[in-house]
Design a protein around this ligand. Structure first.
Ligand code: ZN
Length: 90
């Protein structure tokens, strides 16, 4: 049990790595330990949730900011792909 405890990630380390974790930049081993900490530690769990919400709202905002004609071109590109037509790059 003591050996396991020593390998558990501390709050400071979680705080330092959280951003990378949410961006998917963390290696599997550390991501796993970070997840274990988030499950045990309410404070960090809530912080992770806040980060996730901020990140989601930023991404939503970014999507809305995409110009309409760019979206139309992308859609046309996808439709040509679906029809098996060799598409030009949008
Ligand atoms: Zn914590």
């Amino acid at each position: 049990v003591r050996l396991f405890r020593r390998r558990v990630m501390g709050c400071m380390e979680v705080g330092r790595l959280l951003q990378q974790y949410l961006d998917g930049d963390l290696d599997a081993g550390r991501a796993h330990r970070l997840e274990a900490h988030l499950e045990d530690c309410r404070r960090c769990g809530m912080e992770a949730e806040t980060y996730t919400q901020i990140k989601a709202s930023l991404e939503r905002h970014r999507r809305e900011a995409v110009p309409r004609d760019a979206l139309d071109r992308l859609r046309a590109f996808g439709e040509r792909l679906a029809q098996g037509v060799e598409p030009e790059m949008p």
